[in-house]
Write a protein that binds this ligand. Structure first.
Ligand code: NAI
Length: 452
């Protein structure tokens, strides 16, 4: 068994209990275990994953394992690792779980990497502890993940050996998909990639409804403020999938919500939903809670933060901590930091006014709360399992070193697997009706261009 780095093995039993509860809420993954488990499609395969090490990710890991894979995992955000989830896996002897809260680094190794299937599902901050330096495969794995992480490109020569054995990658996030597309366009992608984020049952569910749940959860756990009060203004920066979920959550909590957008289509959508679209500069001094959702950088600058109200709450649910200029804030001369509690800091400017920064500018829904609920993550992760199965026959299907969508029928399958748990009853098309609208009665029901 591979060595793991886990903070507290005493939490394993708690982790196991929460994993059991989550299984009940993740019907897609449990159906995948039932359908594919007996066939063991991943037998002899290694799946390397990088994704927030939460309970929900734990159910994904155990599903991949149940389908025959050797699984190695690392976390990707210093605040998002749930140590009880990591401990439960360690006890069950599944792969390597790196938690960045780990204090000691025992010697550890990984299983052989022949015929690897790599699932680098989320960018990460793994460079922190030199976790992957002990072993060449680990170093190469780190390089692949760094490549997916951001434009800070790793030394490409380091990952070619592993890439040659890699059947492909399935990518979870909006930003990761951008990077993969850039790499494919430059001819730098060394294996096929399935862009799971672009499955309808991922981005139109996890990004929207997941954030609709976990944004208020994070803000409330961190600050206990009353979000819904007439005089308060909330700014949601970006009105893409995540922004839409956030805006609806804040409005649902009773707040007045403003939006900033650069894309006229999204701005128009916001207007049609009754949200006022503004610029940051025009409202920065009036806002009570800022939430960035763009996946872009330098969204809230130091200059903005200087102009904010006393005790304005500033958080990011988009991608990296660079959506907020944290580095410049921390370096600002005379700034004082009052740590209120873990992941909640009040930065006090020399003029005496302070702002409350959540999760040090990292994802506040994972840093200050526990991320998305299991049910919505079941949709995302069932896509991951189907994508990894699809990659097994990538060569036979003629996949090149490019990015691919999961076929629409699989996207629809993921939705179908989740409907019974919600008591939904689908209408069956007659052959005549199906012919009339030009689809098969069993689907796919929409072309790839349909936007939902
Ligand atoms: P998206 O592309 O649908 O939305 C981003 C929006 O931000 C776009 O409409 C874009 O026009 C807008 N935008 C970009 N720069 C802007 C600026 N300077 N000012 C105002 N608006 C700007 O992407 P999506 O799916 O909403 O994802 C956004 C980010 O959230 C990504 O980084 C993604 O990886 C991350 N994400 C985080 C999750 C979480 O649990 N915290 C869950 C899902 C996604």
């Amino acid at each position: 068994m591979a060595e793991s780095k886990v903070k507290d093995m005493g939490l394993a039993e708690f982790g196991r209990k929460e994993l059991s509860l989550a299984e009940h809420e993740m019907p897609g993954l449990m159906a995948a275990r039932k359908e594919f488990g007996p066939k063991q499609p991943f037998k002899g395969m290694n799946i390397n994953g990088s994704l927030h090490m939460t309970i929900q990710t734990g159910v994904l890991i155990e599903t991949l394992h149940a389908l025959g894979a050797k699984v190695r995992w690392c976390s990707c955000n210093i605040f998002s690792t749930q140590d009880h989830a990591a401990a439960a896996h360690r006890r069950k002897s599944i792969g390597v779980v790196v938690t960045e809260q780990m204090m000691t680094v025992p010697g550890w190794s990984v299983e052989g990497t022949s015929s690897s299937t790599t699932s680098a599902t989320r960018s990460l901050l793994i460079q922190k502890g030199k976790e992957f330096e002990e072993n060449t495969d680990n170093a190469e794995f780190k390089c692949i993940l760094q490549l997916l992480r951001d434009s800070i490109l790793a030394d490409k020569t380091k990952y070619t050996r592993m890439a040659a054995k890699c059947k492909g990658v399935s990518e979870e996030t909006t930003t990761g998909v951008h990077r993969l597309k850039e790499m494919a366009a430059k001819g730098e992608l060394l294996f096929p990639a399935i862009i799971v984020n672009d499955c309808v049952t991922k981005s139109k569910f996890d990004n929207v409804y997941g954030c609709r749940h976990s944004l208020p959860d994070g803000i409330m756990r961190a600050t206990d403020v009353m979000i819904g009060r007439q005089a308060w203004l909330i700014l949601v920066v970006g009105y893409g999938d995540v922004g839409k979920g956030c805006a609806f959550a804040m409005r649902g909590a009773g707040a007045r919500v403003l939006i900033t957008e650069c894309d006229p289509i999204c701005a128009l959508q916001a207007c049609m939903e009754g949200f006022q679209v503004v610029t940051m500069e025009s409202v920065v001094g009036e806002i009570d809670i800022f939430t960035t959702t763009t996946g872009n950088f330098k969204i809230i600058t130091l200059e903005h933060m200087k102009k904010m109200k006393n005790n304005a709450i500033v958080g990011n649910i988009g991608h990296f901590d660079n959506e907020i200029e944290m580095e410049n804030l921390e370096k600002f001369e005379g700034i004082k930091v009052e740590n209120i509690k873990p992941q909640v800091d009040r930065y006090v400017f020399p003029d005496g006014h302070g702002i409350i920064v959540l999760a040090a500018g990292r994802l506040l829904n994972l840093g200050c709360a526990t991320g998305h609920p299991s049910f919505v993550m079941s949709c995302s992760f069932t896509n991951q399992v189907l994508a990894q199965i699809d990659l097994l026959t990538a060569k036979e299907k003629g996949y090149k070193n490019n990015v691919y969508l999961l076929p629409k029928d699989l996207d629809e399958k993921v939705a179908s697997l989740h409907l019974p748990a919600l008591g939904a009853q689908l209408t069956t098309l007659t052959k005549e009706q199906a012919d009339y609208i030009g689809v098969k009665a069993t689907g796919p029901f929409k072309p790839d261009t349909y936007r939902y």
